[in-house]
Each structure stands twice: as C-alpha cells, then as structure tokens.
Design a protein around this ligand. Structure first.
Ligand code: RP5
Length: 164
C-alpha cells in the first residue's frame, strides 16, 4: 500500500500557502492529511503526531511555519521519516526568520527546507521521496517533467518568432 503524506502547519493562517501543496498532492492522487499543530502552542500534539506517523502509514512529513519556525525541527526530533520544511512569510521579516529557523538544524537532525512559501516544491519533493518505492508515482512525476520542458520550449519558440 502507498504511503501517505502529512502536512502540518503551525497556524490556520498558513493555509493559503499550504493549500498549494495540498492541491498538488491531490492532483497526483497521493493520500494526504493536513493538520494544525504548533511547536509552541501545542507541542505535545505535534510531538505525538510525529512519533506515531510511521506506524500510521505516513512516508514523509511536510511542516509549514512562520516567524520563529521550529515546527519542522520539532517534528524531525520525533521521527526518522524525512521532514520537509516550508518557511512561511508571515512576519515583518518577510519570511527570512522562518527560513533560518527551519533550515539551520543541528548535525544529525536534517530538515529538507524549500524556499520561503515554497509549498508546491515541498509537495513535489515529498512525492519524489515516495516515488523511490512507487513506480506509478514516479511515472507521473516523469510526465510532469516532460510537460514542463515542453511548455518552456514552446515559450522559447514563441519568443523567437516575436523577436524575428
Ligand atoms: C507560526 O506563527 C505559524 O506557523 C504562523 O506562520 C505564525 C503566525 O501564527 P498566527 O499568529 O497567525 O496564528 O507559529
């Protein structure tokens, strides 16, 4: 059975960004659960979810948080499943605070951090991880790559004819 992907966000105010990851995973038919758990406001719930994620059928955790964004690291501390962090731009510091809080993990405790508000890439990276043991999903990702390449080549052709 295919593994699920969990998306944990620190606040419901993160949902407009996180929705892009949820939509991408749904479009690829990957079973996804989304929750609001905070490293600071509900630390026990966040830790319990991560600690039981593997036995509950999850293959990858995605964590989205802004400001002093410790959520991805707090989840990573409870599991050896891969954790992908999305730093959310939600403060006067334009997300740089969340980026540094998410990416600067101590040795031995990695968090794969995508760009600020990079929810779509987080979903794609999570699926690439699951695709290591899921050939059907790998094929869908290959198709997406081919379509992306063709779209860019079409844009280049359009530019050339516009300039000539
Ligand atoms: C973080 O603080 C959340 O992930 C959110 O990005 C930010 C602000 O949260 P709210 O005050 O909007 O709930 O914990």
């Amino acid at each position: 059975m295919s593994k699920k992907i969990a998306i944990i966000m620190g606040s419901d105010s993160d949902l407009p960004v996180v929705q892009k990851a949820i939509d991408k995973l749904k479009a690829f038919g990957v079973e996804t659960e989304a929750h609001v758990f905070s490293a600071h406001r509900t630390p026990a719930a966040a830790a319990a979810f991560a600690a039981s994620a593997k036995e509950n059928g999850f293959g990858v955790l995605i964590a989205a948080a802004g400001k002093a964004a410790h959520l991805a690291g707090a989840l990573a501390a409870q599991t050896t499943l891969p954790v992908i962090g999305i730093p959310i731009k939600s403060s006067t510091l334009d997300g740089l605070d969340a980026l540094l809080s998410t990416v600067q993990m101590p040795s031995g405790m990695p968090v794969a951090t995508v760009a600020i508000d990079g929810a779509e890439n987080a979903a794609i990276l999570a699926m690439q991880m699951l695709a290591l043991s899921d050939d059907a999903l790998a094929e869908k990702l290959d198709t997406m790559r081919r379509e992306m390449t063709e779209a860019v080549l079409k844009k280049d052709a359009a530019l050339q004819s516009q300039l000539s």
